[in-house]
Design a protein around this ligand. Structure first.
Ligand SMILES: C[S@@+](CC[C@H](N)C(=O)[O-])C[C@H]1O[C@@H](n2cnc3c(N)ncnc32)[C@H](O)[C@@H]1O
Length: 214
């Protein structure tokens, strides 16, 4: 089990309904954007890491009925909210899994795409590195990683810094700027596109990387 998780568990224990209600109001609509980016690749199988309630995975599963979507999270509380929403939505091509990104409960070479939204910054540095290795293990040759995560909007660095201090652990800063893209590269992925945060209208980065089997 990931070090420090029990402290973090509290942070997400009651967050499921809040995320479900609030995700659609995040400027730039990161969850819709991720679901669309992934759907455009027409994958057969997709894994979402740190999926929380599976909000983005549900959008994708709804958009792409021929794609099998698996969403994994470590928080039983987030997953409980997600299971209720999934049942109500009547989506059949998606499953929620409880698990740790540092030890993925999936076979080698299973997925075409591993996606995440606001997941990588949550992970302690050593866990993040193990999770990238696990991502490479479960990706099919030539598979893709598409990640949306925190990044300081150029005109609002001070406010963003305050937000980080108040709400995130210090390791969240590892992913800012080229931090996440550099970590992917260091583990052998090829980063094909990196769009930094642009403004408050899109206050997040988008990283698209490929496994080098292509
Ligand atoms: C900021 S939330 C984002 C949730 C979701 N992606 C969304 O945008 O609604 C980060 C999520 O990472 C999960 N998480 C943290 N550490 C994890 C780990 N080691 N393995 C799997 N999930 C983890 C938390 O439980 C939480 O649901």
């Amino acid at each position: 089990m990931t070090r420090g998780w029990s402290r973090n568990r509290l942070k997400f224990a009651l967050a499921g309904p809040l995320f479900e209600a609030g995700n659609r109001f995040i400027p730039g609509h990161p969850h819709d954007r991720l679901a669309q980016l992934v759907a455009d690749q027409h994958p057969q199988r997709v894994l979402e890491l740190c999926g929380g309630t599976g909000y983005a995975a549900r959008l994708l599963a709804d958009k792409s009925p021929t794609t099998q979507v698996d969403s994994l999270d470590i928080s039983p509380e987030m997953l409980a909210t997600g299971r209720t929403r999934l049942r109500r939505a009547g989506i059949g091509n998606m499953a929620l899994h409880e698990g740790d990104v540092a030890a993925l409960p999936f076979d080698d070479d299973t997925f075409d795409i591993v996606m995440s939204v606001f997941g990588w910054h949550e992970l302690p540095t050593d866990t993040r590195h193990r999770a990238i290795d696990e991502t490479l293990r479960v990706l099919r040759p030539g598979g893709q990683v598409i990640a949306i995560d925190l990044d300081p909007p150029p005109a609002a660095r001070t406010v963003f810094d305050l937000y980080l201090r108040l709400t995130e652990r210090p390791h969240a800063r590892d992913v800012l700027g080229t931090g996440l893209a550099d970590a992917f590269t260091a583990h052998g992925l090829t980063v094909t596109s990196h769009q930094p945060a642009r403004s408050w209208a899109r206050p997040f980065q988008i990283v698209h990387a490929h496994e080098r089997g292509i």
